[in-house]
Write a protein that binds this ligand. Structure first.
Ligand code: SF4
Ligand code: SF4
Length: 184
């Protein structure tokens, strides 16, 4: 089995008079350049333009609210247990009378933090969550940070903004697989 083309014979014949002027080679090169100049570009002008990464990309965490704007997270701790990097921590609290419009369940996360220095974006927290509360956004990267103070994301950075809700084409693994197969 031939693995390389090193055995390929090099053409060592004398150049013709025309070839000696280098014009054929120059025009051939220009032709290739022009072809690529007018063809569809493989690159984009990042960060002004962003490529669609599909619903499977795992980016910035988000704590989803339900359709009534109530926080879905019930501070059960399953995401923290599932996290191999021990990046998640939370403080649970009991919902009191009058807070039904804020929290869907009787228990909620009074504090919820993700340490982005530890996170490896494996998505296990998303898979472990029984309340469909935590997701890793497919459309938002975690921004570059320059100090350790910027890497602990609290509820202020995680809880969904009802005026700018997070949507994706597929929410479950099954739907994602279906979508992927459709767009293959
Ligand atoms: S994506 Fe993985 S590492 Fe990051 S918080 Fe979730 S479970 Fe932990
Ligand atoms: S995000 Fe989900 S798994 Fe994590 S504490 Fe909240 S409800 Fe439980």
């Amino acid at each position: 089995m031939q693995l390389t083309d090193r055995s390929k014979k090099t053409d060592k014949s004398e150049l013709s008079l025309l070839e000696n002027t280098y014009f054929p080679g120059v025009f051939k090169g220009m032709g290739i350049t022009l072809k690529h100049f007018f063809s569809k570009k493989a690159t984009i002008r990042y960060p002004e333009e962003k490529r669609y990464l599909g619903p499977v990309f795992r980016g910035h965490h988000i704590l989803k609210r339900d359709d009534k704007g109530r926080e879905r997270c019930t501070a059960c701790g399953l995401c923290a247990v599932a996290c191999p990097a021990e990046a998640i921590s939370m403080v649970a609290a009991e919902r009191v009378k009058g807070e039904e419009h804020l929290y869907r369940e009787e228990k909620y996360a009074a504090a919820y933090e993700v340490n982005m220095l530890r996170c490896i974006f494996c998505g296990l927290c998303e898979e472990a969550c029984p309340k469909e509360a935590i997701y890793l956004r497919h459309d938002k990267f975690v921004p570059v940070f320059t100090s350790r103070d910027q890497v602990i994301y609290g509820k202020d950075q995680l809880v969904e903004d009802m005026d700018n809700r997070y949507e994706r084409d597929a929410w479950t693994k099954e739907d994602m697989a279906k979508l992927w197969l459709e767009n293959k």
